[in-house]
Design a protein around this ligand. Sequence first.
Ligand SMILES: [Zn+2]
Ligand SMILES: [Zn+2]
Length: 202
Amino acid sequence: MNLTNNTFMIKGDVENIDNTPLELPFSIIRMSASVIKDMREIPALRELDLDGLSGIRLGTLRFNAIRLHAVCRYKKGVKKTDDISPSDVRCIDIHPRALTLRWAIYARFLLFHEFLHALGFSNHGKEFKRLESMWPDSGARHLGQAFGLHLRDMNTGWLWVCPSCDMKHVRYKRSNGRYRCRECMVPLMDIEVNNSTAIKNG
Ligand SMILES: [Zn+2]
Ligand SMILES: [Zn+2]
């Protein structure tokens, strides 16, 4: 059985079954404004070009990205060793699955983290860590692990396969022998489909 033909369907089907709305309930632009507002309250950041942050183009990563939660992409030719400012940033992309009510606290932290990269702290060195620790929502960073697990779950799908007629249904959960093929009345088998292509492209 060729599973690669089915990976395409998984996202749509799974989302619908899980009743996860595909539209983003969060405006990334509005979130950005509130993150910048909070950054203005951090004394250590006051000297930096916080106004420039609002001019950065914001976007989202692919829905099935797994490893990457957010990224700050510098413009072509900009080196990490350069004196980087917000105008050197091509865009900041946040994982679309973080832009939900459930992950809002983490999404704001992700944007703050990428904004620090945009302000010239290109690596995760001592100074970066010091500034990052000043984010008022101190529990936010610890949501990273849970969010990573969430992404992994959301990218794992199941095929319910009828062993008799080979009819396949894409599902988010296992059938665990509880469902039968409508035509053949045979219990469906579970086959796990992991969307591993997403890891490469994330
Ligand atoms: Zn980073
Ligand atoms: Zn069947």
